[in-house]
Design a protein around this ligand. Structure first.
Ligand code: SAM
Length: 318
């Protein structure tokens, strides 16, 4: 597996307070001076690109609230070697920003929506913003961001009813989107216990009861560790990312860079390297050599490591 994908968390601030991700109203974001600046991000991504990274995904926190995100996308997309530029967003500001982002070089988008029932959406995120997010999804489709993927985390007794799961997966029958079910991973930031995890096998069983057997399919771009299926005759696809019930390390080509400049070879590993400090003291060759070592180290990961204690999805970016 060639390691060619970097997820860059451009901020740890978020406008939502999802119960499993960033629930505390008083959760303190990292101090401004500890967050990577534009020039630092551009330099690190350029050096990663020189070491073989081709796919870049911006995440957060909420990436669309990072000041000057359109300019950042334009500059990152212009880096030689970056062939695929995408964003993972909660979609609240997408309707207004989608066209500018696409013009700046954004190719595709993932939008997180854990329920299309308005009250449940509010219960999960803390805000009654589902209609805005749905507008954002339609805008992304209309302007040709492709593929549009919808990320859903299913949590016991919150959005795991047959009704909720079939409504979410049913979006793929009429819209050209990929509905992806991501297994919940408990973190110390979550208000939900580990036992609230719903395995994707159970989610799939609900979908197949409603729509019949799913047929396997492959996305033309960006499969990653997800497995994709279709309801026969539908416009879109259904994906499963089963990080807890299965081991997908051998199909994981991602490195993660946190908003304060720590590179993590594996989401579930305590191991990280402080690039913000390194780039302030080292020359280009030394940094490139170090990044190549991290890429080689990642290629040897074959099983999930134990969760780090102060694991926080809103800092790492999911
Ligand atoms: N704010 C953006 C968004 O909402 O998509 C980007 C950041 S968010 C951390 C990225 C993804 O991580 C989302 O799809 C979210 O559902 C997922 N995520 C967050 N916490 C998670 C957890 N504990 N287990 C599984 N997925 C999680």
């Amino acid at each position: 597996m060639s390691i060619d994908c970097l997820r860059l968390s451009v901020t740890d601030k978020c406008n939502l307070r999802c119960v499993y991700c960033h629930p505390q109203p008083d959760c303190r974001p990292t101090e401004h001076e500890d967050i990577l600046g534009f020039e630092e991000m551009l330099r690190i991504v350029r050096l990663f690109a020189e070491c073989g990274i081709k796919k870049l995904r911006l995440t957060g926190g909420e990436p669309l609230i990072r000041c000057d995100i359109v300019r950042l996308v334009r500059k990152l997309g212009a880096i030689a070697g970056i062939k695929d530029l995408s964003i993972t967003t909660n979609g609240v500001f997408l309707e207004s920003l989608a066209t500018e982002l696409k013009d700046a070089g954004l190719q595709r988008i993932n939008i997180s929506v854990d329920s299309i029932e308005r009250k449940t959406y509010e219960r999960i995120t803390g805000f009654d913003l589902l209609p805005k997010v749905i507008e954002g999804i339609h805008r992304a489709i209309d302007i040709g961001l492709k593929p549009v993927k919808i990320n859903c985390v299913i949590i016991k007794d919150l959005n795991d009813s047959e009704e909720q799961i079939t409504a979410l997966s049913g979006m793929s029958t009429s819209l050209p989107v990929s509905i992806r079910f991501i297994e919940y991973y408990p973190t110390n930031n979550s208000t939900r216990p580990a036992t609230d995890y719903v395995p994707n096998a159970a989610v799939r069983a609900v979908i197949e009861r409603k729509y019949g057997s799913l047929t396997r399919t492959v996305m033309s771009i960006g499969n990653g560790p997800a497995e994709y299926f279709k309801v026969p005759g539908s416009a879109g696809t259904i994906g499963f990312i089963s990080g807890r019930s299965s081991n997908f390390c051998l199909s994981c080509s991602r490195l993660r860079l946190t908003s304060d400049g720590k590179v993590m070879p594996c989401l579930y590993s305590a191991r990280s390297h402080d690039l913000k400090r390194l780039i302030s003291s080292q020359g280009e060759k030394a940094i490139r050599d170090f990044l190549s070592e991290i890429i080689a180290e990642k290629a040897n990961y074959t099983k999930l490591n134990s969760l780090k204690e102060e694991f926080s999805m809103c800092k790492i970016g999911g």
